[in-house]
Ligand binder design. Structure first.
Ligand code: TEU
Length: 552
């Protein structure tokens, strides 16, 4: 089977607010990104996923869009965008935009019109419902706290919002909404962008009966039964027919509740829906019914491995995987999975990279991950920017009975601001991110964790990522080989095999800071060692966070 370009690609995610400021206002921008494109080219990446740069009141940092065809002034102008796109293409890199169409901002013209009157032509662009017995039509809770229903005095109805009340959900059942979405996709594709990362696309279809459920400690019921797992595929096929089929795109759907079964439809190799999806099973391994994701739990390695095994083998030959540890919604990988390496951060960051990049699928690198950036030592919730962090602190201390310290431990472990502190370019005062005051503080560890000290250091995390990216480009075995998990019970070692024709590769990763015995299977004798983080092997053991691959 011939390979699609995005099956050969490695993607780099840019969170524009935090990547590179060019005008000293403390917020990253498009000219800043353009300036740093050679850095990404040096890393060897093929595709940039750009988090939203559209006009937005920034209630949720651009995931609340007020005009899909305009650039937010804080990020620059449309000319700046065009220049960035042209420069990226000139360097052989493609750009994939964030498509946020489950909801708009409440400041989008459609919503401003919609809320004016019940007979406004835009009324049905959103979900409006009458009160039931003087209350919300159902008891589900929104992702960022409170009810999914917001009362609107002017017309005496509630509107639906799965995220903040400034993010009203679009009503995809309305054909005009779908026309608008397909049109705006056309606008960007015609400009030359290379595809879309589709924000919470798995949530666009709702069970319009709006079921209520059992109420948890927050006073609301679980949101996930709201979504219609059948209808979403109908609309994605329609989107494929009406827009995507006319371009050579890469599409990745953010599908929070996706299972291997649903992903086999979303990401089917027949190309009828999307190129691939982001699944959440590995990042969702910790958490509790009472506190949601806000715990300091560490996942068991055996469970983490089982998730990857299920996805690698479950999609084999049928659909295509995405591979990620990090993004703008997750804490930093090296802090989360291996407690920043307990004094071995560089080794641990390289090990995580090897483990992920040698699996089958398209790997994603989140800005700063290639430097081994860590979580931020938030001392109080006031230091956090994210609306979700503020709501979580309130929920933990008021609804769940946590002390301040317990709540802060959870925020430090899991909050999204960990990923959003400025990119660490160099050791100077604001890490080379801005000449002004950054919108979120720079991590104090930028004095020793930064790009300037790594780009030319053969032993750096950056160069390790570059080697892995090169290896994937050269090796069909890495891109297309089948996956088999070895030692599934081990709580220290993550070991797997890849196979293609007569070629095979063993990948061995030690997830702990101790020495673990490990015998390389005889079939790998004389194999070529690569993707390692200790110069010389020691037979029979893996040292703290050691990793390597053997190709035989
Ligand atoms: O996120 C969707 C989503 O549900 C999660 O990733 C969420 O951020 C997290 O699990 C909450 O605990 C997407 C975007 O990636 C995120 O940044 C936006 O805030 C959200 O949609 C709304 O657009």
């Amino acid at each position: 089977m011939s390979e699609a370009w995005w099956q050969r690609a490695v993607v780099y995610q840019i969170y524009p607010k935090s990547f590179q400021d060019s005008n000293g206002d403390g917020v990253g921008d498009l000219p800043g990104i353009t300036r740093r494109l050679p850095y990404l080219s040096k890393l060897g990446i093929d595709v940039i996923w750009l988090s939203p740069v559209y006009a937005s009141p920034m209630d949720d940092n651009g995931y609340d869009i007020s005009d899909y065809r305009a650039i937010a002034p804080v990020f620059g102008t449309m000319d700046d965008f065009d220049r960035m796109l042209e420069t990226a293409h000139g360097l052989g890199m493609r750009i994939v935009m964030d498509l946020v169409v489950n909801h708009t901002s409440d400041e989008h013209t459609w919503f401003k019109e919609s809320r004016k009157s019940k007979d406004n032509p835009y009324r049905d662009y959103y979900y409006w419902r009458d009160p039931v017995d003087g209350h919300e039509p159902s008891n589900m809770g929104a992702v960022f706290g409170g009810s999914i229903w917001e009362w609107d005095e002017a017309t005496g109805q509630y509107y639906l919002h799965c995220f903040s009340k400034k993010q009203p959900d679009l009503n995809w059942e309305n054909p005009s909404v779908r026309d608008e979405v397909y049109d705006l996709m056309d606008f960007w594709l015609a400009k030359g962008v290379d595809g879309f990362r589709m924000d919470v696309i798995g949530m666009i279809a709702k069970n319009a009966s709006f079921p209520s459920g059992d109420v948890g400690p927050t006073g609301y019921s679980d949101l996930w039964p709201l979504f219609n797992d059948e209808q979403v595929h109908v609309w994605l096929r329609e989107m494929r027919e009406r827009v995507l089929s006319r371009y050579e795109t890469m599409t990745v759907g953010e599908c929070v509740g996706a299972t291997v079964q649903t992903a086999r439809k979303y990401a089917n190799l027949d190309g009828s829906e999307l190129s691939m999806v982001f699944q959440f099973e590995h990042v969702g391994l910790t958490g509790s019914a009472e506190r949601g994701k806000w715990t300091t739990d560490k996942p068991k390695l055996s469970e983490l491995k089982r998730v990857f095994e299920r996805w690698e083998t479950g999609l084999e030959g049928v659909a295509w995987n995405s591979l990620y540890w990090d993004n703008h919604d997750q804490p930093r990988a090296v802090s989360r999975w291996v407690e920043a390496g307990k004094g071995h951060r560089v080794l641990a960051a390289k090990m995580l990279a090897t483990c992920l990049h040698l699996m089958k699928g398209t790997p994603y690198v989140y800005q700063g991950e290639e430097l081994g950036m860590t979580n931020y030592p938030f001392a109080s919730v006031e230091e956090c920017d994210d609306l979700e962090a503020h709501d979580a602190y309130r929920m933990l201390t008021q609804d769940c009975g946590c002390s301040h310290d317990e709540a802060m431990d959870a925020l430090r472990a899991i909050c999204r601001d960990n990923a959003r502190t400025p990119m660490q370019w160099d050791a100077s005062e604001q890490a080379g991110f801005t000449t002004g005051e950054p919108w979120l503080p720079v991590n104090p560890n930028h004095t020793h964790i930064n790009a300037a000290s790594q780009v030319d250091d053969p032993d750096s995390v950056f160069i390790h990522y570059r080697r892995l990216i090169e290896l994937r480009k050269r090796s069909e075995l890495v891109r297309q080989g089948t996956f088999e998990l070895l030692l599934p019970q081990s709580e220290e070692l993550f070991v797997y095999e890849r196979r293609l024709g007569d070629e095979r590769m063993l990948v061995a990763c030690n997830f702990c800071d101790c020495v673990v015995s490990f015998e390389v299977p005889a079939r790998y004798e004389g194999g070529r060692r690569t993707a390692y983080n200790y110069a010389k092997p020691i037979e029979g053991t893996l040292r703290p966070f050691e990793c390597f691959a053997l190709i035989a």
